[in-house]
Design a protein around this ligand. Structure first.
Ligand code: SF4
Length: 77
């Protein structure tokens, strides 16, 4: 599973870091980013929570394991 943050939409609330500090961090400019491109399997549950509770809905995840054709499939939450 891969994760991206749309930093243009991020308000820097820190919710994602609180829910999944293994994957997310706040940059010096106050916006969130992911520490890694590929999310470890044991952090996927917390990463889903971060997606669900992000007030700006600016976290995107993709499941590369379910890939068919073009290799990428988006989760719909
Ligand atoms: S929860 Fe969303 S808005 Fe808040 S810091 Fe994380 S990515 Fe930004």
């Amino acid at each position: 599973m891969r994760v991206y943050v749309d930093i243009d939409s991020c308000e820097g609330c820190g919710m994602c870091v609180s829910l999944c500090e293994e994957v997310f961090c706040l940059a010096p400019d106050g916006r969130a980013g992911s520490k890694m491109f590929n999310v470890p399997q044991d952090s996927e549950g917390d990463c889903f929570l971060a997606v669900q509770f992000c007030p700006r809905h600016c976290i995107r995840i993709r499941d590369i394991r379910k890939s068919k054709g073009n290799g990428i499939q988006n989760f719909e939450l």
